[in-house]
Design a protein around this ligand. Structure first.
Ligand SMILES: NC(=O)c1ccc[n+]([C@@H]2O[C@H](COP(=O)([O-])OP(=O)(O)OC[C@H]3O[C@@H](n4cnc5c(N)ncnc54)[C@H](OP(=O)(O)O)[C@@H]3O)[C@@H](O)[C@H]2O)c1
Length: 268
């Protein structure tokens, strides 16, 4: 068979604000791969089907000398993140042809691994429900795991609690809304599980209509991200910090990997 295209998305330049496709990242289709003949050296060949594009990737587009919880991307190398691939050829006892594998992939079409450990946190997906593979980078992937772990660890919800969700239109926020809905079984909720929804770009309109949003005493904040700060060189200072002690607030922060092993038997 003629060599196949093995296109990649490469990290090209550290952005100063929002990443710009074609500048920050470039699509490179110059490489090819011999799917039938590429040596496997006892490993396996995977075709990457879906990849997760998550806000935390922005934090990896940085100068590698800046320390962070995530590994910085390398200029000229493909981006990488969680995804799903299918095994096309295998010389390994660990995986067989046709297996669909969740794991950590470079952003390229085909990858040879000599060992399943190189796939980091890999697991074979049975997918008995016949879900689209993209579900495994959404509700059954990193965003879903984040919501599950954060809620299980920190929510300590009681009947009657009010849940305020930011980034409610994204996969993380939407799943928090549905988890709160499911937990409280509130009859007042709208179809998607939301009592009151508003566009953060029109907050002022909501405040005029609904009045100020008061932070209740003893409220608990579960922080898994701060998306408004990811693309700003000048981060803004948090206001009203004294409320932490005047209202006995609790703040939790976490990353999904903090609890990966704890919930591994639940697909985490
Ligand atoms: N700690 C962890 O392990 C972990 C794991 C996964 C995700 N996260 C975090 O969870 C958050 C949501 O992730 P996601 O995958 O759902 O993100 P997403 O798909 O990018 O969705 C984010 C949503 O937030 C909205 N948004 C942007 N700026 C906002 C602002 N200033 N105020 C309110 N909403 C705003 C976006 O609207 P626009 O379309 O207008 O931009 C979009 O609807 C991110 O901060 C992410 O880093 C953390």
């Amino acid at each position: 068979m003629a060599p196949a295209r093995n296109a990649r998305v490469l990290f090209n330049e550290i952005p100063s604000g929002y990443p710009i496709p074609g500048k920050t990242t470039v699509y490179d289709d110059s490489q090819t791969i011999d799917i039938d003949g590429v040596p496997l050296n006892g490993g396996f060949l995977i075709k990457v089907l879906v990849l997760s594009i998550d806000p935390y990737l922005r934090g990896r587009m940085r100068d590698p000398s800046i320390k962070s919880y995530s590994i910085a991307y390398t200029i000229g190398a493909p981006l990488d993140n969680f995804g799903v691939g299918v095994v096309l050829r295998s010389e390994s006892d660990e995986l067989k042809v046709g297996d669909h594998v969740y794991g950590y992939y470079p952003f390229q079409e085909y990858v040879v691994y000599e060992d399943i450990a190189a796939l980091r946190l890999a697991r074979v997906l049975k997918n008995e429900e016949g879900l689209p593979w993209s579900v495994y980078v959404g509700v059954c992937g990193l965003p879903g795991h984040t919501v599950h772990h954060g809620w299980m660890e920190f929510a300590k919800q009681k009947e009657g609690d009010v849940v305020f969700v930011t980034t409610g239109a994204g996969p993380v926020g939407l799943q928090v809304i549905s988890r709160a809905h499911y937990t409280f079984d509130s009859p007042r909720l709208l179809q998607d599980g939301t009592d009151v929804a508003f566009n953060y770009k029109k907050t002022i309109d909501v405040l005029m209509k609904e009045g100020p949003i008061d932070i209740m005493a003893c409220a608990c904040f579960i922080e898994c991200g701060m998306i408004s700060a990811y693309n700003n060189a000048d981060d803004y200072a948090m206001k009203n910090l004294p409320l932490i002690f005047t209202k006995s607030l609790t703040l939790y922060d976490f990353t999904v990997m903090d609890f990966h092993h704890k919930y591994a038997d639940q697909g985490g």
